[in-house]
Ligand binder design. Structure first.
Ligand code: F6P
Length: 540
């Protein structure tokens, strides 16, 4: 098949799914009424994570159609291709081997040998910080670590460090700086003592504007505090695949942790980019995180498609996007410590699936990635859940709940879980006009008042959600959860026929920002639009 016919055949298969949707309109309430075993029939468990996907507009025949589509796209082969190190990132001619970063047992491949060496380097370095044998320029031990990085070099480690706060070691605190806005760095450094501070410059490319500028400012801050050029080696380490640029910055070769082109930025927290995790929580915790992710990798590799948790979740998202015209997907972790999870997922999903052409460069005749957003429950209930319940858009939700309490306030944990379950129940059931009227009359409203007010109280319901349950919010379960979403996104990319591992769209903004920065001091090209020119005049 030519690439053009492939794209067309994918579009026509999607069209068939759409007709299934047109033909069968059912309500979620009906689906539950006609199948008392629905929760059992539409749930899965793997790597310590339980998925209830019964509150979705799916019947067995829908699922079969979706699975048939996945098979036609060669999803099983594409999963094997990813895991065996084939060049799945076809535009950059590379494999995407983040799964090799969490291998267990003895290293077998070259990649695994490189990873094993890197793990040893991380472990040894972390020991010197924790046992206070690594000293700053005035011979004080290091108490503050500042990770300077952005995107994948920030979001993953930041989220994991925050989630695993009960595992934080005493004596060392980890901070994160990402934004080019100097306030980010300034506000972080203002309470820190340079003599006790170590910076990790985390940048796969070592050419990212934000990281470069923050790193240079951090360097100046150290020098202003009395550290000399030579002593900078005691305060700066780097994680990068660009050894030359890293050394040019002045990082001692022994303080450079490797990154490889076969690891994508948004999949990199399992590499030395996860160094802040090790420094905050200790090497054992990092190992447990890797083990959790590895157990999900094993499941993804071996489970048949219909029992494969990431695949089922990808199919559900695909189904709504293609056939229900959904533009966004909300993720609602009912765990305070997972507050940064939606931001991490946003990069993972939107940078991967936000594409307009397929792997062969043919324009997609169907929508690709959707907007991913969300916040920690229950805070979202008091801000945007109103729109989820009564707005005009259908927004599928992923609820994430943790069974074991994450604090000593067990009664509050019970409430938290009750809130989580009630939200998905409310989305499913809604409240009919009849129920709203009855409720008002019962509350003492006259028949006429109840009639007028009831339409405002109607909640359409019939709105879908998944609920994921983690036994515990510990490193192992967290690793499995993150790997689950990574694989879901990959499977989603395969269903769409796109390359989920490049991100060329980000480049244009980068190119233009340096042109604008430079032009602000000189000639502004005449052919630039008047808005850009006016904004430059006002701001720069
Ligand atoms: O924003 C694009 C991007 O390349 C991300 O994919 C990446 O995670 C981030 O920039 C940071 O890149 P680097 O680690 O090379 O500084």
């Amino acid at each position: 098949m030519t690439s053009e016919t492939l794209t067309l055949s994918r579009a026509s298969a999607i069209h068939q799914l759409q007709s299934h949707f047109e033909k069968h309109k059912w309500s979620l309430r009906e689906l539950f009424a006609t199948d008392t075993q629905r929760a059992e029939n539409f749930s899965l468990e793997a790597a310590g994570i339980y998925l209830d996907y019964s509150k979705n507009h799916l019947r067995q025949d829908t699922l079969q159609l979706l699975l048939g589509y996945a098979e036609d796209q060669g999803l099983s082969e594409q999963i094997s291709a990813l895991l065996s190190g084939a060049n799945v990132n076809n535009t950059e001619h590379r494999p995407a081997l983040h799964t090799a970063l969490r291998f267990q047992g003895k290293p077998q491949t070259d990649h695994e040998h490189a990873v094993a060496d890197c793990r040893t380097q991380i472990k040894r370095f972390a020991e010197t910080i924790h046992n206070q044998s690594w000293l700053g320029f005035s011979n004080k031990p290091i108490r503050h670590i500042v990770n300077i990085g952005i995107g994948g070099s920030d979001l993953g480690p930041r989220m994991v460090v925050e989630t695993l706060s009960p595992w934080h070691k005493k004596g060392v605190r980890v901070h994160f700086v990402a934004n080019i806005d100097g306030a980010d760095l300034n506000d972080t450094l203002k309470n820190l003592d340079p003599e006790e501070t170590l910076f990790i410059i985390a940048s796969k490319s070592f050419s990212t504007l934000e990281t470069r500028e923050n790193a240079l400012s951090a360097r100046r801050w150290m020098l202003a505090a009395g550290c000399n050029e030579k002593q900078l080696a005691q305060h700066f380490v780097a994680v990068s695949s660009n050894i030359v640029a890293t050394q040019d910055f002045g990082i001692a070769p022994e303080n450079i942790f490797p990154m490889w082109d076969w690891v994508g930025g948004r999949y990199s927290l399992w590499s030395a980019i996860g160094l802040p995790i090790v420094l905050a929580c200790g090497y054992d915790v990092y190992e447990q995180l890797l083990q959790g992710a590895h157990s999900m990798d094993q499941h993804f590799a071996n489970a048949p498609l219909q029992k494969n948790l990431p695949v089922i979740m990808a199919l559900i998202q695909f189904w709504y996007r293609q056939c229900w015209n959904t533009g966004s997907q909300v993720v609602l972790p009912y765990a305070q410590r997972l507050a940064k999870f939606p931001a991490w997922l946003q990069q993972l999903d939107m940078e991967s699936l936000g594409k307009s052409v397929d792997k062969d460069g043919q324009a997609l005749g169907y929508p690709s990635g959707s907007v991913i957003w969300g916040t920690e429950g229950t805070n979202g209930q008091h801000s945007f859940h109103q729109l989820l319940h009564q707005g005009t858009d259908l927004i599928p939700a992923d609820f994430i709940a943790v069974k074991e309490p994450t604090s000593e306030l067990h009664e509050q944990h019970r409430w938290l879980l009750a809130c989580c379950i009630s939200q998905s129940q409310a989305l499913l059931r809604g409240k009919s006009l009849h129920e709203a009227r009855q409720e008002l009359e019962k509350a003492g409203y006259t028949h006429r008042e109840a009639h007028t007010l009831a339409p405002h109280k109607v909640v359409p319901g019939n709105r879908p959600s998944n609920t994921l349950i983690l036994g515990k919010l510990d490193p192992h379960h967290l690793g499995a959860l993150l790997a689950l979403y990574e694989h879901k996104v990959y499977a989603g990319g395969c269903l769409l026929g796109i390359n989920p591992f490049d991100q060329w769209g980000v480049e244009l903004g980068k190119q233009l920002s340096s042109k604008i920065y430079q032009a602000a001091d000189g000639e502004v090209p005449n052919d630039w639009d008047s808005s850009t020119r006016a904004l430059m005049k006002k701001l720069l």
